[in-house]
Design a protein. Structure first.
Length: 335
């Protein structure tokens, strides 16, 4: 794996890490050394690369955390996994939470995903990156009806769609149905031109984005054409019985109580249903209760319905998103 050598100076520590596989080291550093830059910022150290060695300079605790993050990322690559910016950010958070615990260079930081649940799709393997995500994904496989509730960027919809694609390609369901309420986020966009598909597609774009991550373009287009994958506004669900399908309702905080009841009662034999939403981003008219909040209140005591909650610590979109969410949560005067 790696070997390290530590030298102490009066004010700083320098740890030299050696990585035997240059190809993996390139992946570890990232394009234009973006991963190294993230570790430098996150741990407040300086990293110098020479050949297959990385020298980490800084104070004792910071160097220990940075070295552990780097070695844990390299171990991930050795295990055949990829390293993406979100993986670096997750390890940095875990490493920073270990401040004062005496973490030393060479001590690997255990990421929750290691030995955890994996989702196989046509284009990539998807792994939960936090304990809450891991529990959420497991609940999607274990329960016929599951809720994912929490702030933006925590992977609620992305992971739900990934599980849906995985269950579809493995033959557990016959189709995927993705839905959202067609509610504008605080803006009045007026009437949109085109046919019905042209009018509703802008509201559904996040669902298309997720599907494009998991399925090749031609295959996705064919599945959409054959109605094996449906993307439709919530209002289009009325009167249907959704059998042998993986069904996702996204942005459920913008469903009214009547719409939520209508949607939940569409569940048919052999189907799975996932409801995702963020209680802090309700765009319904003032005075209209959110169907997500009502469902949470009314259904919590029913067995085999899973409620999964996320916080800013589960944000994997961008480190700044977590900081923004925490700032709003700390502002007690925010409506």
């Amino acid at each position: 794996m790696t070997s390290s050598e530590t030298m102490t100076a009066p004010a700083n520590t320098t740890t030299r890490l050696e990585f035997p596989d240059n190809r993996l080291l390139i992946d570890l550093c990232g394009a234009y050394d973006v991963n190294l830059a993230a570790v430098e910022r996150g741990c407040e150290v300086q990293i110098v690369r020479r050949g297959n060695q990385l020298s980490v300079l800084g104070d004792d605790d910071a160097v220990g955390r940075a070295a552990s993050v780097l070695e844990s990322l390299y171990a991930r690559l050795e295990g055949g996994r990829t390293v993406e910016p979100a993986d670096v950010d997750s390890l940095l958070r875990l490493g920073n939470s270990a401040v004062g615990t005496g973490i030393q260079p060479g001590d690997q930081i255990e990421m929750p995903i290691l030995g955890g649940v994996e989702i196989q799709t046509r284009k990539k393997r998807v792994e939960p990156r936090t304990e809450a995500q891991k529990a959420y994904v497991q609940s999607l496989f274990d329960n016929e009806l599951a809720f994912g509730i929490g702030p933006a960027g925590t992977g609620k919809t992305y992971l739900a769609v990934a599980v849906g694609v995985s269950m579809f390609i493995s033959g557990h369901v016959d189709k995927i149905i993705l839905s959202r309420p067609a509610v504008e986020a605080g803006e009045k966009l007026g009437y949109l031109p085109g046919d019905m598909k042209d009018k509703v597609d802008p509201y559904m774009q996040p669902l298309y984005d997720a599907l494009n991550d998991f399925l090749p373009g031609k295959q996705l287009a064919k599945l959409l054409e054959d109605k094996k994958i449906e993307i439709a506004p919530l209002a289009f669900m009325r009167g249907r019985t959704l059998s042998n399908a993986f069904v996702v309702l996204d942005e459920a905080q913008n469903a009214t109580s009547m719409q939520m009841k209508m949607f939940l009662t569409r569940l048919g034999q052999g189907s799975r249903m996932v409801i995702t939403g963020d209680r802090t981003q309700i765009d319904l008219p003032r005075g209209t209760p959110s169907g997500l909040q009502d469902a949470e209140r009314l259904l919590k005591a029913i067995p085999k319905i899973s409620f999964n909650y996320f916080t800013s610590k589960d944000v994997v979109r961008h480190p700044l998103v977590a900081a923004i969410i925490e700032a709003y949560e700390a502002d007690t005067g925010h409506a």
